[in-house]
Design a protein around this ligand. Structure first.
Ligand SMILES: [Ca+2]
Ligand SMILES: [Ca+2]
Ligand SMILES: [Ca+2]
Length: 627
């Protein structure tokens, strides 16, 4: 242990480095030194501490427009009142008025006999037929617009049939809607009573099954063959915006037996009309079920139900209108009134693209040029490969190269795979154990992308954490390739790996492991403390200290300044590493991750990082990114 310490001591040049090494000596002295000497050392430490400082200026990445997958369900009322209707009781209940004891049923009260209100015309901007006829075709490999149609009277029918889903074939859907608008000899086919429940149940089934299919699609292997139009890109989670447009001319009256004839032959309403009307609670319950689908933001970005009430002027069903207003309110939409012949604008039902804002999840500032080793000592790691200089010398790797061999595997990964044992060394102490060519046919990394650079294998790194894809595979973390925090415990893979902690997908998170000294593993890593030395033994050692201030905030990004004091240092030109983790509320498990690396200038104990958009930092390649 003393030999190691004096070796580190030989690297000392800066005053803060003296402080660190003196502290390490003080720690050692708990075991071996006499009391008087310990006091001397404490004084020496106190008189030589020069707090170093790392300043990081950055803004979160700008918010982005979420790609909109718009799934529209058009629900159209085909009850008989579209073609002929009775005169309403002026009380607005939707019950018929009796004129001289008789019902006044006439095409004069028809709400939409030629279908113009419901379908519009190809030539009238914004109407259903115009909207569909002018929509461009979907990109077959990544369709973004989907449709379903629900026609209802006492029952509901759907297109595609049997509430089986949406179609992304815009031209086909338009042809179907156009044919519907003319199915009754140049006009829509209408007749019978009005069941909102059957229409809403069908629409809900379509939506619920679609959300389930989105989950199934996301669970398929990435890059596998598409199982159907419901899953154009297997393995990708796609969040859809569901829009329901519900058009009706009145209350959901499901029976006509409220109307009868009295003993004098006069037509009468024989019962309370309200008992012939579907339950508002039942109807709003189905709307509530639709809205509840939005609780899965991975697959549903929004649900909106718009309602349109249309009627013959002077013959309004106020009850029906009020119910449609309640439905739109419960459905986070708008209730429109459309007089016969007036236009409905389908463009207005599209939700705006959502801005997805990144928020700062965590930031770590560490010194890549030093490592707390298993002996509880801080060691110099000149080549920042995670393996200290003196351990490299013992093991037989090059302390000035991260990759001492040509097979693309770093020295620390080699050390860990060999359990720190080199079986054969040459006269110069260089480890000569077999260097496995993992890229060779049949070897574990044969299929991982790589380049030969000056005769050395360089494997692809899907994230900038510090381990390449082959290394992650060899360390049992194939599933974590591309993920900077494979076990999702907020501590980046690299910082766990160099501290010999499990980081692989599925390993238990270290974040909440609490030591006997009350510090969590997370706190120790974040503050550059050794994991295997209790804080009571760290005499006079000041853990690094973070002061984060938010400089500005807007709807698109937040800007910060971070000051870190007392980062431990050994020697000159230490390389500071900054790990910035940003997340979105949409995909909390898919962070945007940036790593910055910069060396202290000779003689300097302060260093400043500018934002990754800063031209000077870009020229220096200070920051790397993955997502
Ligand atoms: Ca090293
Ligand atoms: Ca090395
Ligand atoms: Ca982790």
């Amino acid at each position: 242990m003393h030999q190691v310490t004096s070796k580190v001591g030989s690297q000392i040049q800066s005053r803060s480095a003296v402080a660190v090494v003196m502290t390490v000596l003080a720690t050692l002295c708990l075991v071996a030194c006499d009391k008087a000497k310990l006091v001397d050392l404490k004084q020496a430490v106190l008189s030589t501490v020069t707090p170093n400082g790392v300043k990081v200026n950055f803004c979160t990445d700008p918010a982005f427009d979420q790609k909109l997958y718009l799934k529209t369900i058009v629900i159209l009322d085909h009850s008989g009142s579209n073609q002929q209707n009775y005169k309403m009781d002026p009380n607005g209940t939707g019950a018929p008025a009796l004129v001289n004891g008789s019902l006044d049923i006439s095409t004069d009260y028809a709400t939409d006999p030629d279908g113009t209100t419901r379908y519009g015309t190809v030539a009238t901007p914004g109407t259903l037929l115009n909207y569909l006829s002018t929509l461009p075709a979907n990109d077959a490999t990544d369709p973004t617009r989907f449709f379903a149609l629900v026609n209802f009277n006492a029952q509901a029918t759907t297109y595609p049939a049997n509430a089986s889903g949406f179609t992304s074939n815009v031209a086909d859907f338009y042809a179907r809607v156009l044919a519907d608008s003319q199915s009754g000899t140049g006009k829509p086919t209408d007749g019978g009573s009005t069941s909102y429940v059957s229409a809403l149940d069908k629409a809900y089934t379509i939506m619920r099954d679609d959300v389930n299919r989105s989950a199934q699609c996301a669970a398929l292997p990435k890059g596998s063959n598409s199982p159907g139009s419901w899953c154009p890109r297997p393995g990708s989670a796609v969040a859809s915006s569901y829009v329901v447009v519900f058009m009706s001319d009145g209350s959901p009256i499901t029976a006509v037996n409220g109307v009868g004839t009295d003993s004098n032959g006069n037509t009468v309403v024989t019962g309370d009309i309200s008992i012939q009307i579907e339950s508002t609670t039942r109807i709003l319950g189905t709307v509530g079920s639709m809205m509840a689908l939005a609780s899965n933001p991975l697959y549903v970005s929004s649900v909106n139900l718009f309602t349109i009430y249309y009627y013959k002027p002077g013959n309004a069903d106020l009850n029906g209108q009020a119910l449609l207003e309640k439905m739109a309110k419960a459905g986070n939409g708008i209730a429109y009134n459309a007089l016969s012949g007036s236009n409905i604008d389908y463009e207005q039902f599209q939700p705006p693209a959502k801005k997805i804002k990144y928020t700062l999840s965590d930031i770590f500032v560490s010194n890549s040029s030093v490592t707390w080793w298993t002996d509880g000592q801080m060691h110099l790691d000149s080549d920042q490969d995670g393996l200290p200089d003196d351990i490299e010398t013992q093991f037989g790797t090059n302390k000035l190269k991260k990759y001492s061999y040509t097979n693309g595997i770093s020295d620390l990964v080699k050390y860990r795979l060999a359990n720190g044992v080199c079986a054969s060394k040459n006269g110069a102490g260089v480890c000569q154990d077999t260097v496995v060519n993992y890229k060779a046919n049949g070897q574990r990394c044969a299929s991982i992308t790589s380049n030969l650079v000056a005769g050395s294998e360089v494997f692809k790194s899907s994230d900038p954490g510090g381990m390449n894809d082959c290394e992650k595979l060899l360390l049992g973390n194939l599933a974590g390739v591309g993920s900077p925090d494979s076990n999702n415990d907020s501590i980046p893979d690299w910082l766990e790996f160099v501290n010999a902690l499990p980081f692989q997908v599925g390993t238990s998170p270290s974040i909440n492991v609490i030591g006997q000294d009350g510090y969590t593993v997370y706190q120790k890593i974040k503050r550059s403390l050794p994991l295997n030395v209790g804080m009571p033994q760290m005499l006079n050692y000041t853990p690094s200290n973070y002061a984060l201030s938010q400089i500005s905030t807007s709807t698109t990004q937040d800007c910060y300044q971070l000051n870190v004091a007392n980062l431990p240092m050994v020697g000159e030109n230490n390389v500071v590493r900054v790990d910035v983790i940003e997340k979105t509320p949409l995909l909390p498990n898919l962070p945007l991750y940036r790593v910055g690396k910069k060396a202290f200038a000779t003689g300097s104990e302060v260093i400043e990082f500018a934002d990754w958009n800063n031209a000077a930092e870009q020229a220096l390649s200070t920051w790397s990114i993955s997502q």
